[in-house]
Structures are given as C-alpha cells and as structure tokens.
Ligand binder design. Structure first.
Ligand code: NAD
Ligand code: MG
Ligand code: MG
Ligand code: MG
Ligand code: MG
Ligand code: MG
Length: 336
C-alpha cells in the first residue's frame, strides 16, 4: 500500500489499477525521448496504443518498426479516449489548436509530461476534458531501459481537471503502465512541477552549472594555465563529484574528497554564491512564476528561435568545447 517519503504519499504498483487504462484507445503524440518510452512501455503493459506524428516525420518509420500503429496527429486524436502530448513544449499550443482541440472526443483524458502549456494557459482544454500529468524524473531512454530491466523511474503525477471523477486513478494507471509504480509515484500540481522544473534547469542544473564550469575554465586559462588542465579541473571532474552526490548525498561526496578539498569547499562556495546571487535566484524564480520567462521563450520561438540558435552556436565555439572534444579521445570508456 501507499507509503510515505518525508511526509509525501508515494504510490506503488499495488496502489495502481491498470484496468483504468485497459481497453481504452490511447494515443501518444510524439515519438521522441518521452514519446517512445511511454508508447512502448504501455503497449508491453497490455494497452492499446497508437502513435500520432506529423506527416513526413522521421520518427514515423521508427515507431512502425517498433510495432506501433502510426497516424497523423489529427487522425490519432480522433476517437482516442486518452491523448498524451509528448511533443516539444513550444509546439504544443499550435498543435493543440490545429490538430488536437478540433478532434478531441468529449470527456477524453488529456495528458502531459510537463505542465508548461497548461499552467501558463497556452493550452486551455474544454470543460469536459480530464487533464493529468505523468512526469518521469528521468530522460525517456532511462524510462524505457529500466522498464525493460524490470524496474522503473520514479515519476510525478498531477490532476489539473477532473470532470469524470476518476482522473487520478487513470493517471496512476499511466504511471504504473510505464514502470513508475515499481519505483514510486509522487503527487504534485501543474504549477509546482512547472515552476520547480524551470527553476532547477535555469538556476542550477543547466544555466547555473554550465556558466560556473565555463567561468572557472576561463579564469584559469586567462591566468595562463593550459586549457587541458583547466578542462580537467573545471569541466571533466564535475561528473565524478556529481556521481558521488547522486549516490550518497553531499556527505558521501565530502567524505570521499581530501580534507584539503573539503576545507576549500566550505571556505569558498559561500564567496561565490553570495547574498547577491541568492537575490538573482529569487528574481529568476519570480520571472518563472509571473510567466515572463515562458513568454520570452515562446516569443523567441515565434521569431525563429534567433536567440536560442545564436546562443547555441556561441556556446559550441567556446574553447572548453574544443579541448574537451580532443581530451575525450583519451577516455576509452566514453561511448562515441
Ligand atoms: P522530443 O523533442 O524528444 O520529441 C518530440 C517528438 O514530437 C518528436 O518525435 C517529433 O517528431 C514529434 N512532434 C513534433 N511536432 C509534432 C506534432 N505536431 N504532432 C505529433 N508529433 C510531433 O521531446 P521530449 O524531450 O520527449 O519532450 C516531450 C515532452 O516531455 C515535453 O513536454 C517535455 O517538457 C517533457 N519531458 C521531457 C523529458 C525528457 O527527458 N526529454 C523529461 C520529462 C518531461
Ligand atoms: Mg533538445
Ligand atoms: Mg526537469
Ligand atoms: Mg524541463
Ligand atoms: Mg582536482
Ligand atoms: Mg574527506
């Protein structure tokens, strides 16, 4: 039966009823990272799954080869009882207007793996639709691989709209069907998932850490140290430290590094992450909460992703990328 972790309810397979999905016509839109994992895992859990893709999509043949029926997005939505939207966030609103809304069956269940479009009201489902989320806490390839190995990736679920009264049961069945019930399913809301996801990737996981590594690399090379040393110390070794934190928390990491490193960790970290940095973090969060970031991102999409692509190119030309590309050649265990 349901357990708890730090006060939060956790559901496992025994708390989930796959019958809530069995016999229903299920459509998964998109066959990328999340799409292929949800579609294949549900099919192997005994569900009737169709994949919806754009005409001419590169994924079309891949999904068919994987044994799934494929239709165009509009055709796949027609008659479906459950539609899971696993296409890029910036494309969801226009796809919803054009292909989903006009074909969505009355009383259907509409699912997401990220709350972005529903939370910021870029998609406003009709009153009769049941709206839920199942967001695995890992990339799609891990969701697929762990399922095949007999385990699963812990997932969040949320219910935004529940006119049928059984949307939670259906969301839990979905989560269990993709393997999450073997690991643990935790409840959240569209707002909490969206805002914490955006904050984490911007302030810490992607924005924060990449800028930190590159600033460290630049400080050393500017001071005349060889880029190879700068790369090893400020980029390459990040994984070794993060792996230790991942496996056992900060304490495990700190008990594995030298006392010299641990002393420097405490003495220096707070010089970098100052009160000013924390204030900036609060501002980042405020811009996420107000919807300002979401609008900025979608405006760039509408402008042909000019900012995204220019920044992507600039980042690709950073010296650390060039050193890294050569250095990785020395490491036989890194897959090409
Ligand atoms: P992706 O870029 O890997 O794949 C997108 C897929 O959508 C592709 O197969 C593409 O061909 C298809 N597609 C594009 N337009 C379409 C349309 N109009 N109709 C049908 N299919 C269309 O995307 P992803 O990373 O799997 O992200 C999907 C959703 O899952 C997003 O909401 C994302 O935030 C969320 N999510 C992703 C991850 C992850 O690990 N990548 C983790 C949690 C949540
Ligand atoms: Mg990408
Ligand atoms: Mg995330
Ligand atoms: Mg995200
Ligand atoms: Mg070192
Ligand atoms: Mg130590």
């Amino acid at each position: 039966m349901a357990g708890t972790i730090y006060g939060a309810t956790v559901y496992y397979d025994a708390d989930c009823n796959l019958d809530a999905l069995k016999g229903k016509k299920i459509t998964v839109l998109g066959y990328g990272s999340q799409g292929h994992a949800h579609a294949l895992n549900l099919k192997e859990s005994g569900m009737d799954v169709t994949v919806g893709l754009r005409d001419g999509s590169k994924s079309w043949q891949v999904a068919e080869k994987d044994g799934l029926p494929v239709k165009t997005t509009a055709e796949a939505v027609k008659g479906a009882d459950v539609v899971m939207v696993l296409i890029p966030d910036e494309l969801q609103a226009e796809t919803y207007e054009k292909d989903i809304a006009p074909n969505l069956k009355k009383g259907a269940y509409l699912g997401f793996a990220h709350g972005f479009n529903v939370h910021y009201k870029k998609i406003v489902p009709p009153a009769d639709a049941n709206v839920f989320m199942v967001a695995p806490k890992g990339p799609g390839h891990l969701v697929r691989r762990t399922f095949q190995e007999g385990s699963g990736v812990p997932s969040l679920y949320a219910v935004e709209k529940d006119p049928s009264g059984d949307t939670k049961e259906l969301a839990l069945a979905w989560a269990a069907g993709i393997g999450a019930g073997r690991a643990g399913i935790l409840g959240t809301t569209f707002r909490e998932e969206t805002e914490t996801d955006l904050f984490g990737e911007q302030a810490v996981l992607c924005g924060g850490i990449c800028e930190l590594m590159q600033a460290g690399f630049e400080t050393l090379t500017k001071a005349g140290y060889h880029p190879v040393n700068a790369y090893f110390e400020c980029v390459h070794e990040m994984k070794l430290i993060v792996d230790l934190i991942y496996e056992g928390g900060f304490h495990t990491m700190r008990s594995s590094i030298s006392n010299t490193a641990e002393y420097g960790d405490y003495a220096t970290g707070t010089k970098l992450i100052t009160a000013e940095t924390r204030k900036e973090m609060e501002q980042v969060l405020a811009d996420i909460q107000s919807g300002a970031f979401a609008d900025e991102f979608l405006a760039d999409y509408k402008d042909g992703f000019k900012k995204l692509y220019a920044r992507r190119e600039k980042a690709a030309n950073h010296e650390s990328e060039k050193v890294g590309a050569e250095l990785r050649g020395l490491m036989s265990w890194i897959k090409k």
